[in-house]
Design a protein around this ligand. Structure first.
Ligand SMILES: [Zn+2]
Length: 494
């Protein structure tokens, strides 16, 4: 019998690292069978690569050491590159908390493996040192992950004092449409959104036509909105801090205190943004999520682009359908249904006729760190999404409102974008970018008649201060509305 190979186990652990991490941090999201299938695929790949390496090198230890290094580079190069480029790494936010220690370990590991391979040292001592090193790094990694998840869990178990036991309070539907900009900005790119906004007004919505978000990207905007304040300098650029701010946000805590049940739906966002969301994605969406933090994100999406777009559309529809059933499932009062829908945000899944987009331009090798700069064609692709999602939202709102009859307490509905559509450019000096297109957001609310007068001057930063002051009669002072860019107030171009 062959001797038990530690390096083989280690390389398999590295291969399955991100799927396991995603599974552990989103435990209600992904099915165990999905994790199992994905791990089998990665282990099989690992084994196949090792078999191929046999042509060049006989020593099995060396194969698996080399493969361990390859997997580490595969999972961590993009977060590292994004970090070095001073932009927020997606996905592996826990990487950020221990970045220096982990970077040092990885570099050392990489260097040692290179020396071993280049020099072709057949020295048993070096082999066993590396084997030991590989094992240690894996164990350190697993321990960090377990420690982080455990602190996350224990912090969640704080007992909340309920301030309002008896009162029936209205259900709240909070719908975040990622990247949905305001009317003026859409006008500038020759898209007339007035029909949709008029429909909302006909339903009884108050529409803030020139609203702007306070931040240009999702994490900052959501963290600020759900904590009812501007972010501090040290919070703005640290994904881990932002994630903690979002998961343990003040708004949900206040709702729980007032005897609300909080339900988060984010089918299209199985990343680690809200933590445990009520979602049930498919194996494909698990696969796309795993690859979304790697340098071959675009290649994988292009390779399976039809499935990728179908997956995206089905996630959007699943979210809306779950919300439609939410009243029956959870009751007609004291619930907040919070949904984050990744639309009109990329992937641009609908074409101008509302069918599946089939012009999926290859975006692979040029720039995996940033999205490519926008072109005229992208603008049309963007407005196609605005058109399609608006159509679905109109029908959705109509359905929701029809569920609440005369005797029911009417719900509150919040509909908004988290930022404008040029945010991925980051570079505000780009000729196609103006501040409105970076910060302009859709903002419309359906509230009780008697609040409407007060809501006339409502600014996006005060959304939940306003809601709480009216719903729970609290006294949160209102903040001055401004746009923040890299820790500084950004003055909107006129
Ligand atoms: Zn966003």
């Amino acid at each position: 019998m062959k001797k038990f190979n530690i390096n083989f186990i280690c390389s398999c652990s590295w291969a399955c690292l991100v799927p396991c991490y995603l599974f552990m941090t989103n435990d209600s999201a992904f099915a165990f069978k999905h994790l199992f299938v994905l791990c089998c695929i990665f282990i099989l790949l690992n084994y196949t690569f090792a078999l191929c390496l046999r042509w060049f090198e006989k020593n099995a230890d060396r194969h698996y050491l080399m493969l361990s290094t390859v997997w580490i580079i595969f999972w961590f190069s993009l977060p590292c590159a994004r970090y070095i480029n001073n932009c927020i790494p997606i996905l592996l936010s826990w990487f950020e908390k221990y970045k220096w220690g982990l970077l040092l370990l990885f570099s050392l590991f990489f260097l040692l493996t290179c020396i071993l391979l280049l020099k072709k040292i057949q020295d048993k001592t070096i082999n066993s040192i590396l084997r030991f090193f590989n094992m240690t790094v894996v164990i350190v990694y697993v321990l960090i992950a377990i420690a982080l998840i455990r602190t996350d869990r224990s912090n969640n178990e704080t007992i909340i004092e309920i301030k309002n036991q008896k009162n029936c309070l209205p259900n709240i539907y909070h719908i975040l449409l990622d990247e949905y900009t305001n009317e003026n900005t859409l006008k500038k790119i020759e898209y007339d959104n007035s029909n949709f906004l008029k429909t909302l007004e006909k339903f009884g919505f108050l529409v803030f036509r020139s609203s702007c978000s306070n931040y240009f990207n999702t994490e900052n905007s959501v963290a600020s909105m759900l904590n009812m304040r501007y972010l501090m300098d040290n919070e703005e650029m640290c994904t881990h801090t932002l994630n903690v701010l979002i998961k343990k946000n003040k708004v949900f805590k206040i709702f729980l205190e007032y005897n609300y049940a909080v339900k988060v739906y984010a089918h299209s966002l199985p990343e680690d943004l809200y933590g445990n969301t009520t979602i049930n994605p498919t194996l494909w969406s698990f696969i796309f999520t795993c690859f979304s933090g790697t340098p071959i994100k675009h290649q994988i999406e292009n390779l399976f682009f039809k499935r990728f777009l179908e997956c995206h559309i089905s996630n959007i529809e699943m979210t809306l359908n779950t919300l439609i059933k939410a009243k029956d499932a959870c009751g007609s009062t004291n619930n907040i249904f919070y949904a984050h829908i990744l639309s009109p945000h990329a992937p641009r899944c609908w074409d101008s006729t509302g069918n599946l987009e089939n012009d999926f331009t290859f975006k692979g090798f040029l720039n995996p760190i940033f999205a490519l700069h926008f072109t005229e064609k992208d603008l049309h692709q963007y407005t196609n999404q605005v058109k399609e999602i608006s159509k679905r939202i109109s029908t959705f709102i109509q359905t929701i409102l029809s569920q609440y009859n005369e005797n029911d307490l009417k719900p509150i509905i919040i509909l908004h974008g988290d930022h404008g559509f040029m945010n991925t450019c980051i570079d505000l000096d780009h000729p196609l970018v103006d501040a409105d297109s970076v910060f302009g957001n859709l903002f419309a609310i359906y509230i009780p008649q008697e609040w409407q007068e007060d809501a006339k001057d409502l600014q996006f930063i005060n959304l939940y201060r306003f809601i709480f002051n009216h719903l729970f009669r609290t006294n949160y002072p209102y903040l001055e509305q401004r746009q923040m860019y890299k820790g500084q107030p950004y003055v909107l171009a006129q």
